[in-house]
Write a protein that binds this ligand. Sequence first.
Ligand SMILES: [Zn+2]
Length: 363
Amino acid sequence: MFAVKRALKLNNNEANLMARHAGFRRVVFNFGLSLRTQMYSEGKFTDSKVINEVKKVLTNYVKKKPEFGWMNQLSSRVYQNALIDLKDAFSRYRSGKAGHPRFASRRDGQSFTVDSSSGKVLLSAGNTIKIPTLGTFRLYEALECGYVSQTFTISKEGSRWFVSFCVDAERLPVQQSQASVGIDVGIKYAATLSNQQVFDAPKPLKQAKTKLATLQRQASKQVKGSQNQGKTYNKIGRLHARIACIRLDFLHKLTTYLAKKFKRILIEDLNIKGMMANHKLAGAISDLGFYEFKRQLDYKCKMYGAALVLVDKWFPSSKTCSNCGNKKDMPLSVRTFDCPACGRYLDRDLNASLNILNWEPSA
Ligand SMILES: [Zn+2]
């Protein structure tokens, strides 16, 4: 069993709907917790008994009061699941795995769970997801195949809402069409594959980075501590967040593609090239994104049943001729590998990716 998680592409109304449900979950959880504490002081009750009582009070009394009428506009599955959470929190507390349940606050993060009361639902492949009792929402990254699941957790991380659900399978049913691939994570291009495919960073990422450089220059010329400089810094902060989002989307799409396409994927263990490169030159994966790239590729390979091979970080993939094995110096500015020994002449990154593909661990 494993979890599938996707960022939701919500408009303001939809995001507002999610926030209201998260608030609903918090109110129910806290109401249940305080009622339970009262009942506990009145005598011994089992957790199930307490939850049933809380449910009765909520359904027959609270939800009927006009000031709580808003609850009836929201998914009743939220409150069922909030009470299940409360019950779990108490069993964890009793088994010594956690402290006494605390009141939920907005600061702990916003999340809630809904499920389909009529059993598992089929989710179709594509750019949208139909979440039981909530509706259909757009996704940033498509569901690549149909899934069957019952329980869905919606949570907010940063400024984004995510949906996650568990899939009951050993691994995702994917049959990779290609055998092996070596990947050179580059500076000029995000990734060069040994089969000659090249992945470039998305245009919006490049545009955002150019804009960022402009703003940073602007801020440096403004009066220190002035209101205008403050405004520029705010813009810079927002742009940083946007760049992180675009990069994450790009990495997710790339790693999903790779893990589904190739049975065996070879990458270098450490992106030394990216670390040495001038920061301005660094591409989508080079600057800070390499660890995220490796992390995603690792779990997606496990998910889809592909093998990820990490090539020794000291392996001179750029300096070696992929044809004859001759080694020569290759400064970062040299874009082509021109072998004096065998005459092979090819793109620098492609040469590196072929070496990575053919790498074998030394005994
Ligand atoms: Zn050669």
